[in-house]
Design a protein around this ligand. Sequence first.
Ligand code: GDP
Ligand code: MG
Length: 181
Amino acid sequence: MTSNTASYDNLVKLLLVGDSGVGKSCLLLRFTDDSFTPSFITTVGIDFKVRTIDLDGRRIKLQIWDTAGQERFRTITTSYYRNAMGILIVYDVTDKRSFDNIPTWIRQVEEHASQSVDKLLVGNKCDVDTGRAVTYEEGLQLAAEYSMPFMETSAKSSRGVEESFYTLAKMVKKRVIDPEE
Ligand code: GDP
Ligand code: MG
């Protein structure tokens, strides 16, 4: 490998799923651009964003796909899931309905994605303290039921965002890239 900043050792495809409005696009923007916009982003037209990270000396290019508004009716096309190595399944801690829909999202992932795909449950908007509808413990318990790790995030304050994407990337690396370690 050359020292060219555009170079990388491995390409990892990640996806974001979850109800419309939970903050998927904002999480992606926070992770790839370190920015946040309080206005609702119309994701039409945005397919994916990339960020190359360093894990144990390996340059891993994360290609992170956004649903581009397809999630509104919870009908994501099969092609969206194709070749996904890791999936962030996101709800909004201020929106109980988005939390109650998580099993539906998990079922859809199990139906369309590879059986071995790595999954991380994410409760976003943890910066909001008045109006919280789902406790940290409820998120943790649901994640445990599906044997998934769990994290709360705020795309607004950045809290937990780096950790979430890194955790998922490390899971993929361990399973796909360096399984012997
Ligand atoms: P998507 O439909 O899942 O892609 O959701 P968006 O990323 O478009 O976000 C929906 C709305 O939630 C927007 O108004 C965002 O500004 C807001 N939002 C997203 N993340 C956060 C967060 O962490 N905290 C707060 N307070 N608002 C957020
Ligand atoms: Mg969006």
